[in-house]
Design a protein around this ligand. Structure first.
Ligand code: BES
Ligand code: MN
Ligand code: ZN
Length: 511
């Protein structure tokens, strides 16, 4: 049988011409295949006469009122050179927030892809009328459009659709001038988000640890990022007992990737650690069949971290940012680690393996202890699809944030509010640590209680970070969607990339 060509893990987004543009061209003269006008139900949010005219014509017949998700298409409207104008309802003014706009642009772009339209002009509401700062409004609209414009059709033999070639945003001339740099910034961050999505969506047979690591290395390639890959022999020599224990059952050797972005005069050092399990079968504690195929997404933490480091470098952030990704496959086999086995971790503590399916925390503690020992970071953040329990607690759209550090937890949550990658703070109760006691080793990798699994997993991690300022993000829920959403296709969501970029951008560059 012919071997599948490995082409899908490459960075498909780089080197493309920019897609997002700002314009204040004369609307009566502009030729365009499609125009999107967001319309509010109970208030005017535009002040350009050409746009107000189109809206008031449409409102005449009461069929289109601007109710949420309502839509009206006008073909060849008079006095314009537009092929079609799409009025799209936002609902009541009070209920509109930046994510409403992110969704609107994402959905519009997706619809145009289906219709084989290649260009669009989106009218940006006036900030004084919509009561949202243009900076927030525009950034959200740019993000929704760019992210909605991504396709994952690498495994479709015939490719029916292509992304739009250009997406224009219409604003007043002074605003176009003021925000002229925003489109490229958004493209950088969203390209990295798209990259993370693509990696997560890639099936595990095309994403063995070495494939995934090579893909991350190649994406970091042209950036001023120094790259280190520890292979299995080096992991062995250096004593990464937990990573090796998880990987023991797999035919594919593990590795650990370090992406170090260290700009001149860097202030703080931020270490980001991402869980990179390219497939989580559960190991000897084999998972049940339901949704096992989704466990290709168990490397989403690593994808998010790698993408964030690359974005930070493209945007020239002032701090040192080190991404550390332990990459393994968790499989059952005659060589696999067994329940009851005791291993020695990189940090030195011994761990009794209560359950081989609690593998994420094992690879993370080795990587986190390494981060602390080698780099003494000012801040350590780990990102992981760590527990089903977190999905039970918060559902599929919200990540859990765990930290002893109020300021860090709040900063993460605030960034998530801005990017609409929602996070909820979870507790780290000292007394729950008892649940991790082992009769035979220093600690067990599972809790003795069946309740509060997201918390005990986080507490387990906390034993390996010393007194470093640390936060843990459990993204098991929001990292992956089975069905498309407004500005994301089915598969990886890239959850956390935009959030981390926002956080890293805002971190002070001095101690
Ligand atoms: N990768 C899973 C967690 C997960 C579950 C991610 C659902 C995405 C969706 C993790 O490695 C795992 O298996 N966790 C176990 C821990 C348990 C054995 C203590 C779980 O959540 O059941
Ligand atoms: Mn598992
Ligand atoms: Zn896992």
């Amino acid at each position: 049988m012919a071997k599948f060509k490995i082409y899908h893990l490459h960075d498909v987004t780089r080197g493309r011409a920019p897609v997002l543009h700002l314009t204040s061209s004369d609307l009566n003269q502009t030729k365009m295949q499609s125009v999107v006008i967001p319309v509010c139900e109970d208030s005017d949010i535009h002040d350009a006469p050409a746009i107000l005219n189109l809206i008031s014509n449409a409102r005449k017949y009461q069929e289109f009122t601007g109710k949420k998700d309502q839509e009206l298409i006008i073909y060849d409207p008079p006095d314009t050179h537009f092929d079609r104008v799409i009025l799209t309802g936002l609902g009541k003014l009070k209920q509109i927030n930046p994510d409403t706009l992110r969704s609107i642009t994402g959905k519009a772009v997706k619809k145009f892809i289906q219709k084989q339209i290649s260009q669009t002009l989106i009218i940006v509401p006036d900030e004084t009328l919509i009561h949202i700062d243009t900076s927030l409004l525009l950034e959200a609209m740019l993000e929704g459009a760019f992210l909605g414009n991504q396709l994952f059709d690498l495994y479709k033999t015939t490719k029916k659709y292509s992304p739009l070639q250009s997406i224009h945003f219409w604003m007043k001339p002074e605003l176009v001038k003021k925000y002229r740099r925003l489109p490229l910034k958004v493209e950088s961050v969203c390209q990295c988000t798209a990259l993370a999505r693509q990696w997560v969506s890639t099936p595990s047979n095309h994403k063995r640890p070495s494939d995934f690591t090579k893909a991350m290395v190649s994406a970091a390639g042209t950036e001023p990022i120094s790259v280190t890959v520890l292979d299995e022999a080096q992991l062995n020599d250096k004593g990464f007992g937990a990573i090796l224990a998880v990987s023991a059952g797999s035919q594919s050797p593990p590795n650990m990737l370090v992406l170090d972005y260290n700009p001149e005069g860097a202030g703080q050092t931020i270490a980001l650690v991402g869980k990179g399990v390219t497939f989580d079968s559960g190991g000897i504690n084999l998972k049940p069949a339901a949704s096992l195929e989704d466990m290709k997404m168990d490397m989403a933490g690593a994808a998010t971290v790698a993408a964030a480091v690359i974005a930070a470098s493209r945007l020239k952030y002032p701090n040192r940012i080190i991404g550390i990704m332990p990459v393994v496959e968790n499989m059952p086999s005659a060589n696999a680690t067994r329940p009851g086995d005791i291993i020695r971790t990189y940090e030195g503590k011994t761990v009794e393996i209560g359950n081989t399916d609690a593998e994420g925390r094992l690879i993370l503690i080795d990587a986190m202890a390494y981060a602390v020992k080698l780099y003494t970071p000012d801040i350590l953040i780990d990102v992981a699809t760590l527990t089903g329990a977190c999905v039970v607690a918060l559902g599929e759209k919200i990540a859990g944030v765990f930290s002893f550090d109020d300021e860090l937890a709040e900063a993460l949550i605030r960034s998530g509010e801005k990017t609409h990658e929602r996070c909820w703070r979870m507790p780290l109760p000292e007394d729950y640590k008892e649940l991790l006691k082992s009769e035979f080793a220093d600690i067990s990798n599972i809790s003795s209680s069946k309740w509060g699994g997201a918390i005990t997993a986080a507490l387990f991690l906390s034993e390996f970070v010393g007194d470093t300022r640390w936060a843990h993000m459990d993204i098991a829920g929001p990292a992956y969607v089975k069905k498309e959403t407004d500005y994301c296709g089915a598969g990886g969501t890239g959850f956390g990339v935009r959030l981390l970029c926002d956080l890293l951008e805002k971190l002070p560059s001095a101690h």
